[in-house]
Write a protein that binds this ligand. Structure first.
Ligand code: VG1
Ligand code: CO
Length: 566
């Protein structure tokens, strides 16, 4: 096969956000937009791998264009000196699974074709994420370097005759490429095998099997994959490995190119079907995943909601029930900055270090590589550990089932016991999605100015609800210096911390593809047991109303209510 060097025009807007490059699918389809981005990545990779041709993995979440994109990557990898490419069968592989395969097969990195929790289809979003050799999302040094290359790109390289490769059958293919000293290898691998093996090495499957369908009777659960990539993982693990078909009801486990119209984001709004199913009272436990399988939502009987912040804290407090941590030990914990302080209290009690990083999983990688942390999470329904370098929805579900099997068969009781020990952080996030115009940027700009001048520090505010008063202790624009490599990241969100420990955070989303999305996070700690069973929205009303007032959110955005509340 010969290599074609095809001229192209560079784009100026291929800067990856919080988690890869996400754009409307149609944008990727026009003017070699996708090919350009991939070429810039290969150019960058060539610099770092020098004369050692790299090995890579490619997989995606099955959304529209994933399969075609996989074939384009094969043609481009061949022309860009990639030695070996592991390709997920039918192009389908969850994000955590890609991370697992990179680590297990010692590749130099991977490409994940996903826009994660963004809706899919020709009229929705597509996305590309690059992962590095530790299995984690590429850090900013890499994505910035790729971005620089996208703006200067003049040519793309591909082998146009590499077509009709069977991606549905497992196996190896070798091709001779003109002008290359080494041949190009493809190996089509099963998307689920490596991952399931890893899960079996972490958890006590026998114990989970016994919980679901064992000596204490059935423990009915409901799993909803929102038509994303997780279907085959769910079926394989629950029905085949755990042999618990009777106890595990599954929904939307057929992967669809448009996710069946689902917005594949496992939260109370977009996974409402699961909430309704759980409210019927027939299931003890419920979970949903996002499009690429790294996010999870956990519900208890009757739809009892476990906030991701509490989920992280409960798992951190109970890691000792999971065999992996019994053998590997537990290092510290970490959370993203907007995530509530619930896990901080567990760290304090267990005398573990607690790291606070900017939003985005890439910031946890160095901490895990250096064995500073074992578990970490984000308020955005992401939980994971150092078994891989991505957040992992299935891992979170199996962790919860391990806790249920060992501690108590009720999610609600586990939460109540946790709050009794540690107190409760009430947390909520308001999203104002896809706002047009400069308003959101102006709002953030003004808040940055207020943080710089310290003008509201020591000021006491009354709120529109009740008699509660809040005095500002600190207001800043969050920045982070990585303790491992010293890399510095700034402007990661405005924080307002009050004297009673309550916190407000404002930031703009880095994963949207249309307009600007404002996120407002509120976190407030209570240790009065009479509050523990109160509704978070009710409890946080005063704090949220104060947030809206301080930020003048309505004036700047024109929105008087959020699109999503979690
Ligand atoms: C959001 C979440 C963030 C998460 C990121 C990727 O980013 O807030 O916590 O890491 O999505 O998740 P942003 O910039 O929109 O707030 V995934 O599952 O979409 O890769
Ligand atoms: Co995701």
């Amino acid at each position: 096969h010969s290599i074609e060097v095809r001229p192209t025009k560079p784009f100026t807007d291929q800067k990856p956000g919080t988690s890869g490059l996400r754009k409307p699918t149609k944008t990727f389809l026009e003017n070699q937009y996708f090919e350009n981005f991939i070429q810039a990545y290969f150019d960058d990779l060539a610099e770092t791998t020098k004369d050692k041709p790299p090995t890579l993995v490619v997989g995606g979440d099955g959304r529209h264009f994933v399969r075609e994109a996989t074939r384009i990557i094969i043609q481009m990898a061949a022309a860009n000196n990639v030695k070996k490419l592991f390709v997920a069968r039918d192009g389908l592989m969850s994000t955590p699974s890609v991370s697992c395969v990179i680590r297990k097969r010692n590749t130099d990195g991977g490409i994940v074709l996903t826009a994660s929790h963004n809706p899919g289809g020709i009229d929705n979003d597509f996305g590309v994420k690059f992962n590095i050799s530790n299995g984690g999302p590429a850090p900013e040094a890499v994505t910035n370097s790729v971005y620089d290359k996208t703006r200067q790109l003049t040519h793309i390289r591909l082998c146009p005759t590499l077509i009709n490769i069977d991606l549905l059958t497992l196996g190896k293919h070798t091709f001779e490429i003109e002008g290359r000293s080494t041949s190009f290898e493809i190996e089509v691998i099963d998307s689920v095998d490596d991952y399931v093996q890893l899960m079996k090495s972490i958890f006590d499957f026998e114990k989970i099997r016994n919980l679901l369908n064992g000596d204490k009777g059935k423990f009915p659960i409901m799993i909803n994959a929102l038509s994303g990539v997780m279907g085959p993982y769910v079926i394989r693990i629950f029905h085949e490995e755990l042999k618990a078909k009777d106890a595990v009801t599954v929904k939307n486990c057929q992967n669809l190119e448009d996710f069946g119209g689902h917005h594949p984001d496992p939260n109370l709004t977009y996974a409402h079907e699961l909430v309704e199913d759980m409210q019927q009272g027939d299931y003890e436990f419920g979970a949903a995943f996002d499009g690429d399988g790294d996010r999870n939502m956990i519900l208890g009987k009757n739809g009892f909601f476990v906030t991701p912040c509490d989920s992280l804290a409960v798992l951190a407090a109970n890691l000792n029930v999971i065999p992996y941590f019994q053998t590997h030990g537990v290092h510290g914990y970490a959370r993203s900055m907007p995530t509530s302080g619930a896990v901080d209290r567990v760290a304090e009690k267990n005398k573990k270090s607690l790291y606070e990083v900017p939003t985005g999983w890439k910031f946890f990688g160095n901490l895990m590589d250096s064995k500073l942390i074992s578990i970490c999470g984000e308020e955005s329904f992401g939980t994971g550990s150092d078994h891989i370098r991505e957040k992992d929805g299935m891992w979170a579900v199996l962790s919860w089932l391990s806790v249920l099997a060992n501690i108590d068969r009720s999610v609600e009781k586990i939460l109540n016991a946790h709050w009794t020990t540690f107190g409760r952080n009430f947390f909520t996030r308001y999203d104002y999605e896809e706002i047009d115009g400069p308003g959101p940027f102006a709002m953030l700009k003004r808040l940055e100015g207020m943080a710089m001048s310290n003008e509201i520090v020591n000021k006491t505010f009354n709120t529109a609800y009740g008699t509660k008063q809040y005095t500002v202790k600190l207001m800043d624009d969050f920045n982070y210096t990585d303790p491992v490599d010293g890399s510095y990241t700034e402007k990661q969100g405005i924080r307002i911390i009050f004297t009673d420990g309550s916190r407000l955070v404002f930031r703009l989303s880095g994963t949207g593809s249309r307009g600007a999305t404002v996120r407002l996070y509120a976190d407030s700690y209570e240790n009065d047991p009479s509050t523990y069973n109160k509704d978070a929205q009710e409890m946080l009303k005063p704090l949220v109303s104060l947030a809206l007032e301080i930020a003048q959110l309505k004036e700047f955005t024109g929105r008087d209510k959020p699109t999503v509340i979690t």
